[in-house]
Design a protein. Structure first.
Length: 194
């Protein structure tokens, strides 16, 4: 296996383990065991767990950008694209019930640790915030686009947290339906204003 493939496997395993166990509770050995490589080979690619964390954050940022770009292509209207964000809770409900939101759990953990990479991890939320704000602006809500984006981010994080705490899929579906209805109300209000 070449160096790039090994590096990718390390980052993929670390990403999964950081999400499932938490950054602090995942060791070099855990990651090396998941990838089935020697510690020497592991250290060839990464000298510290912080280096792995930085690589995981970069991969998450790249994957989030790709997902947002895909939503842009698939969604004909801004409301359709915003709905893709809302429905990610349904698409990922099994993992969310078990582990929470991957972005929220990482950012919270790094904040508790006062970790230097906390700001980089927060860029994931900033990507969603900026993208959602733009969608609300395109929906005609320029004056309150950022407030609407933050409201939706906060609500989705709350849903993920409570769904994980209570392992309640019905709750996720109910909340997604309410967010869909909320979005329909904002889209309808904009159509009436025009």
């Amino acid at each position: 296996m070449n160096d790039k493939a090994t590096l990718d496997r390390i980052v993929e395993a670390a990403d999964r383990l950081f999400y499932q166990r938490g950054y602090e509770h995942t060791s070099f050995s855990d990651i090396a065991d998941a990838v089935q490589i020697s510690r020497g080979n592991f250290y060839y690619h990464f000298k510290s767990k912080d280096e792995i964390l930085d690589a995981v954050i970069e991969v998450r940022l790249a994957n989030t950008r790709k997902m947002l770009d895909q939503w842009e292509i698939e969604g004909k209207q801004p409301a359709d694209r915003i709905r893709s964000f809302i429905r990610i809770l349904i698409a990922n409900r099994a993992d969310i019930k078990r582990y929470g939101c991957p972005v929220g759990t990482l950012c919270s953990e790094l904040a508790k640790l006062n970790h230097p990479s906390q700001g980089e991890a927060n860029r994931l939320f900033t990507l969603f915030r900026t993208w959602l704000r733009r969608q609300f602006e395109l929906l005609g809500r320029k004056s309150d686009a950022d407030a609407l984006a933050m409201h939706l981010l906060a609500r989705s994080q709350g849903v993920a947290t409570l769904a994980s705490a209570f392992h309640d899929e019905k709750f996720i579906k109910q909340e997604v339906k309410q967010m869909d209805d909320w979005l329909d109300g904002h889209a309808a209000n904009q159509r009436v204003r025009r």
